[in-house]
Design a binder for this molecule. Sequence first.
Ligand code: ZN
Length: 377
Amino acid sequence: MKVILAILVSFSFYIVAPPPVRAADNVVLITLDGLRWQEVFTGIDRDLATHERFNTQTEFIMERFWRNSSQNRAETLLPFIHNTVFKEGSYVGNRNIGSCSAVTNEWYFSYPGYSEILTGVVNNAIDSNAKNPNPERTMLELLDLQAGFEGKTAAFASWDVFPFIFNTKRSGVHVNAFHPEKIPADQFEETLTQLHKDIPTPWATVRNDAFTHHYAISYILREKPRVTFISYGETDDFAHDGKYDEYIIAAHRTDRFIQDVWETLQSSESYKDNTVLFITVDHGRGEEPIEAWRHHGSKRSLNGYMNSLAEYEKGIVGSEAVWMAALGPGVAKTGLITTGSECIGSNRIAATLLTILGEDYQELNPNMGEPITEFLH
Ligand SMILES: [Zn+2]
């Protein structure tokens, strides 16, 4: 009996890997909807910025954001991301210099993209942006069931589909998306709610990112969530509208919002030096022909949800391309991650963040993509 027990004990010791060492107590995951890697790494595109059809403010954006070197242009457009996140952390996605990342789902639009990022699972049955409750579970929902995370996950988004992506009916995760908070928690949130009523909403399903941003900051400071997701949406909608100038101005504004998030965290006792920031996008956009920058969607998606783009017979080529960046304790200070012939998939983000938090992702969901070791310290 003792021998059998000894064998069992040593066997289980052998097959059960120890849980990862927690590198940070908190994570803030941020997405900018459909901001192309091209602008992130080379700044504004001259052909697009000077195109009559796509701008009413060419002079302004050329003066404000055009520089002769692509590095200088990129830093001028996204100063916080370049000068702080890229310099002090790690990033991937500059395809001009051998750094590749992409979505793994087959569709290249938002719901499948966000579901992949948040759940770590590629479920190609998620093939539309319709308001269907997600059959997969986000890392926020999974963590909420773990000791130390109960009630400590929250999401803020401009797009009104997020309550379905998080399946709030099942998960109970706090999701503030598109609409104001039902019960403003303080005077500041009452003011936000009043402005929500008084300022016209720019799109039928997407609000101004300023609301998303300020509700998120307010909640972080008050409720101290351990995992916060913030999804900014303006970049994608201005692009669909064909307004390159506004797309650029929105990208620059969102960089400022992200800086504000980071500075807020670093000035808080609860978050300082124990919080990881992870930034990515849900899909890329096209490049050729020139007007393809407005769109995204795979060839396969054009037979279904994206059939309004059927004229692009090959789909919107390149719209699977994304980029990722991270900063904070447990994140390697590698700067650019080169990937050779490989391409890092968005389905690996959830496991990466869970590992940073000291959680065993395989125990939470073995179908997740594996952690991106290049990001880990
Ligand atoms: Zn879109």
